[in-house]
Ligand binder design. Structure first.
Ligand SMILES: Nc1ncnc2c1ncn2[C@@H]1O[C@H](COP(=O)(O)OP(=O)(O)OP(=O)(O)O)[C@@H](O)[C@H]1O
Ligand SMILES: [Mg+2]
Length: 308
C-alpha cells in the first residue's frame, strides 16, 4: 500500500504521531458515503484492529481542535461519559504520510452493524462563523433550527435480501420539520420487522446524553453528530414486546446498541465558573428523543394490533 496523498494545510503542533505499518489498515467505506465527504474527495478513513482512523481535515486547525478535545476529555480527573469514543492519539502509515485521529471503532463489537449519523443542534455553524459560512450552513437544511437535527446517512441491514440498504444525505434532506420522525422508521426496519428491542435501548442512551448536556456539560458543540449503531444479527432480548420467536439472541459478548457523540472540530468550553449551556445541542437531543419516542409508540401500537 503506498502512502496517501495529503492536503493538510496550516500550523501543526499536535504532539507525537505513531507510525502504524499499512499491513492491517482496512479502508472504511461508510456505505452511505456522499459527494461531500472526505472519502469521496480521496481522503478515506480506515479501520485498524478495533480502531477507527479518521483522516485529518484539510484545514489542520480543525483537526487540531478535535484532537485537543479528545485529549481534554480523556485526561480529566472526572470520569469521561461512556458516550465519547476512546482516543488513542495520532497516527500515520509512514513518516511523511497523511495523519489520522486514532479512535475507538464504535462498530468493532458488532457482527453486522446498522448505523445512523445524525448531525445534532439547532445550528451547525460555530460561534466565530462568518456571515457566508452561516448562510451556507443554513441552506444545507432549512429545518435544522426547528428540528434540531438532520440525518447525514444510514445503513440498515435487510434480512430479506441479505444486503445493506443505504441512505445518503439526500434521504435526510427529503424530510421536513413535520415528517422527519418518519425518517427514523427505516432505520429500525429489518425488511420484515421493526426492531422494538433496539428502540428501548437507543432511547435509554439518548436520555443519558440529554441529561449530561442539560446538567453537566461545560462544553458547547457545533457540527457534531450522534452515531447510533445496533446489531442486525440478533436481538436485545427486550421484555417489552415478545419477539422471541422471530429473532435469534446474540452471544453475550456482542454488543446490541451503542450511541456515541462524534465529530468535534467545533467546540467551546465555559470559562470562569458559570456554565453557558449548549442550548443548540440540548434542543436537538430533546427533539431527537421525542422522534424516537414517537417511533416507539407507533411501532408498539402496530405490534399490538398485529398480535390481537
Ligand atoms: N469512532 C468511530 N467509529 C466508527 N465509525 C466512525 C467513528 N467516527 C466516525 N465514524 C464514521 O465516519 C463517518 C464520518 O465521521 P465524522 O463525522 O467524524 O467525520 P466528518 O468530518 O463528518 O467526515 P466526512 O467529511 O467524511 O463526512 C461517520 O458518519 C461514521 O460512519
Ligand atoms: Mg460528521
Amino acid at each position: 500500500m503506498s502512502s496517501l496523498a495529503c492536503d493538510e494545510e496550516g500550523e501543526e503542533n499536535l504532539g507525537d504521531c505513531e507510525v502504524i505499518p499499512p499491513g492491517d489498515w482496512v479502508e472504511h467505506v461508510a456505505r452511505y458515503v456522499t459527494l461531500n465527504s472526505r472519502h469521496a474527495k480521496g481522503y478515506p478513513s480506515f479501520k485498524w484492529k478495533t480502531c477507527f482512523l479518521k483522516p485529518f481535515q484539510k484545514n489542520i486547525s480543525l483537526a487540531q481542535k478535535e484532537v485537543a478535545f479528545y485529549k481534554k476529555i480523556w485526561s480529566t480527573a472526572y470520569p469521561t461519559p461512556s458516550f465519547f469514543p476512546k482516543f488513542f492519539g495520532i497516527c500515520s502509515r509512514d513518516q511523511t504520510g497523511c495523519r489520522f485521529i486514532k479512535l475507538q471503532d464504535i462498530e468493532a463489537p458488532f457482527l453486522n452493524p446498522c448505523s445512523i449519523d445524525i448531525k445534532l443542534g439547532t445550528r451547525t455553524y460555530d460561534e466565530e462563523a462568518s456571515i457566508e459560512k452561516i448562510s451556507r450552513e443554513k441552506l444545507k437544511f432549512p429545518y435544522q433550527e426547528s428540528v434540531g437535527y438532520r440525518i447525514i446517512g444510514m445503513k440498515v441491514y435487510d434480512k430479506k435480501s441479505g444486503q445493506y440498504r443505504l441512505f445518503d444525505k439526500s434521504y435526510g434532506l427529503s424530510f421536513n420539520d413535520k415528517n422527519i420522525p418518519h425518517a427514523l422508521l427505516n432505520f429500525i426496519f429489518d425488511g420484515e420487522f421493526f426492531r422494538f428491542d433496539v428502540l428501548e435501548k437507543i432511547i435509554e442512551k439518548l436520555l443519558a446524553i440529554e441529561k449530561w448536556f442539560s446538567e453537566k456539560s461545560p462544553y458547547r458543540f457545533y457540527g457534531h453528530s450522534v452515531l447510533i449503531v445496533y446489531e442486525s444479527d440478533g436481538c436485545c432480548n427486550s421484555d417489552s414486546v415478545n419477539m422471541d420467536q422471530y429473532v435469534r439472541p446474540l452471544p453475550r459478548e456482542h454488543s446490541c446498541v451503542d450511541v456515541k457523540l462524534i465529530d468535534f472540530a467545533h467546540w467551546y468550553e465555559s470559562e470562569g465558573g458559570s456554565i453557558k449551556r449548549d442550548e443548540s445541542s440540548i434542543k436537538g437531543i430533546k427533539s431527537l428523543l421525542r422522534s424516537f419516542q414517537w417511533v416507539e409508540s407507533l411501532v408498539k401500537s402496530r405490534a399490538y394490533t398485529e398480535n390481537t
